[in-house]
Design a protein around this ligand. Structure first.
Ligand SMILES: CC(C)(COP(=O)(O)OP(=O)(O)OC[C@H]1O[C@@H](n2cnc3c(N)ncnc32)[C@H](O)[C@@H]1OP(=O)(O)O)[C@@H](O)C(=O)NCCC(=O)NCCS
Length: 157
């Protein structure tokens, strides 16, 4: 693939059925365990309580994805998953996806966005902290492989 220019304007849209192959392939490349299956993605596409977002830029229609959950009765939305194509990282795609997730949460009248992240995922932790997320908790052995998680939250205005 040709490199993505650093200046490309990133747009974020809702995922469609035709994105399923890309969603599953990116999930497999990005995560060793705790993956969303194709069936789970398909269900989330049709769900009232989930939004699957996809980032694109210029002619590149699939640069990354974020999955946001909206549990009934909860004042907070949850950023369940985020991943960008390896060759597109460091160019603002992840930031654009998080900002779109925050917008989606505001539209659904949620007052905060929460997420969990592996305590050894330095790139993701830096990104969340740069965007204003604050560490609010710790879960021991949270992931399939026994890794711990930090819990983060950002209040939305
Ligand atoms: C974590 C992840 C989603 C970040 O995505 P990304 O597209 O690289 O995110 P961004 O480009 O917005 O930000 C990453 C860095 O690039 C920098 N950056 C942002 N915009 C940039 C631009 N236009 N040009 C150059 N660098 C830029 C940011 O400053 C940021 O650096 P920092 O983290 O040191 O502050 C990505 O690394 C990934 O998919 N990792 C594997 C899956 C994963 O771990 N997901 C998170 C756990 S669920």
């Amino acid at each position: 693939m040709t490199p993505m220019p650093a200046t490309a304007a990133v747009r974020v849209r809702r995922a469609e059925l035709s994105d399923l192959d890309d969603l599953v392939a990116l999930e497999e490349q990005s995560f060793a365990g705790d993956r969303l299956s194709r069936a789970q993605y398909r269900r989330h596409l049709d769900s009232e309580s989930a939004q699957v977002l996809v980032a694109s830029a210029n002619h590149r229609r699939f640069l990354g994805t974020a999955v946001v959950f909206f549990r009934k009765g909860s004042g907070a939305a949850r950023l369940y998953s985020i991943a960008t194509q390896a060759e597109a990282r460091g160019k603002g795609v992840g930031s654009a996806l998080i900002e779109a997730a925050e917008q989606a949460a505001r539209r659904k009248r949620r007052s905060a966005l929460r997420l969990e992240v592996r305590t050894d995922n330095d790139a993701a932790i830096r990104l969340y902290e740069r965007l204003g997320y604050q560490r609010i908790g710790h879960y021991a052995s949270y992931y399939e492989d026994g890794a711990d998680a930090w819990r983060y939250e950002k209040a939305l205005d």
